[in-house]
Design a protein around this ligand. Structure first.
Ligand code: F6P
Length: 324
């Protein structure tokens, strides 16, 4: 592999709190290694159009605590085409970018894998998504902050649910994965979580809620993952089949992606950013940085993006024991 003297960094896909901390860590550790750094704006779209600027250590000052991404982001349609990737690679050559660091989720890392395969440019990925759905890493950057945001919201919903003796279906993000739903349900003391990884029987759920009411529970909260119709779907079924329940829906939506990153996300992003530069120095490519048992690890892109990260059965068990 040719010697690396210059790297490009971009954020892609849905923004996630902690992406800025990751950009800062990548930039500063690359400069520390004696390399040049180019910030690429608007994800792969900016790589294609040449929306690229050289970064100094000052370029990333005062951003570790900011939500969103200062590099901005996009879900690039053009990069999904061979012509788009050709233009992206041409700009790498034009700017003298020897390697790329891509911070994003599943689709972004799949794109990174394609570019590395077609043009042989070294690419390292950092898992940046609130969904926590990348295999091989215990946590993704942004997941902890989003989880805390959800829990804060559900605590508030509890107040109104208790006051009115209502049943709330609260919809959370996560795309195809139930990590946000399952863990926010545990942390917020919800009655149940409906997640794509396990099936939910509406009659069993109703019986469970009824039992809670008989035992003097004043309200019930069910956290619903956004997949398969989300909260509306389950609430409508519940209303139709159990009209005696006073059912409400709350869809948390995009507020889950915003806000200042938690300390855990800032630390994770900082460690992963430094690890990405170490990985390049070691001659790694086509790998995502992960955290496993509190150690930084390398996961081949092909493995990380397979969409088969399992939810621990123990978490499902904990919720069902504690919500009786
Ligand atoms: O991947 C992050 C995420 O927020 C998912 O949880 C959600 O399904 C999706 O992005 C929403 O995407 P968009 O920003 O394109 O509406």
């Amino acid at each position: 592999m040719a010697e690396i003297r210059s790297i490009g960094v971009l954020t892609s896909g849905g923004d996630a709190p902690g992406m800025n901390a990751a950009v800062r860590a990548v930039t500063r550790s690359a400069i520390y290694a004696g390399w040049k750094v180019f910030g690429i704006y608007r994800g792969y779209d900016g790589l294609i159009s040449g929306d690229i600027k050289e970064f100094t250590t000052e370029s990333v000052s005062g951003i570790i605590f900011e939500g969103g991404t200062v590099l901005r982001t996009a879900r690039s349609k053009e990069f999904m085409t061979p012509e788009g990737r050709r233009k992206a690679y041409d700009n790498c050559v034009r700017y003298g970018i020897d390697a790329l660091i891509v911070i994003g989720g599943n689709g972004s890392l799949a794109g990174a894998q394609e570019l590395a395969r077609e043009y042989g440019i070294p690419v390292i990925g950092l898992p940046g998504t609130i969904d926590n759905d990348l295999y091989g890493t215990d946590n993704t950057i942004g997941y902890d902050t989003a989880l805390n945001t959800i829990v804060e919201c559900v605590d508030k919903i509890h107040d109104t649910a208790n006051s009115h003796n209502r049943i709330f279906f609260v919809e959370v993000m996560g795309r195809d994965a139930g990590f946000l739903a399952q863990n926010s349900a545990i942390a917020a003391g919800a009655e149940a979580a409906i997640i794509p990884e396990s099936s939910t029987d509406i009659d069993q759920l109703a019986a469970y809620i009824e039992r809670g009411i008989r035992k003097s529970k004043r309200s019930s909260i069910v956290i619903v993952s956004e997949k398969d119709g989300g909260a509306m779907h389950y609430a409508e079924r519940m209303r139709k089949e159990y009209p005696e329940f006073d059912v409400r829906v709350s869809i948390l939506g995009y507020l889950q992606r915003g806000g200042r990153p938690s300390a855990l996300d800032r630390i994770l992003a900082s460690r992963m950013g430094v690890a990405a530069i170490e990985a390049l120095k070691e001659g790694q490519t086509n790998v995502m940085i992960g955290i496993d048992d509190n150690r930084m690890v390398y996961i081949p892109f092909a493995r990380a993006i397979k969409k088969d990260k399992p939810i621990d059965e123990e978490l499902i068990n904990v919720l069902s024991i504690l919500s009786i």
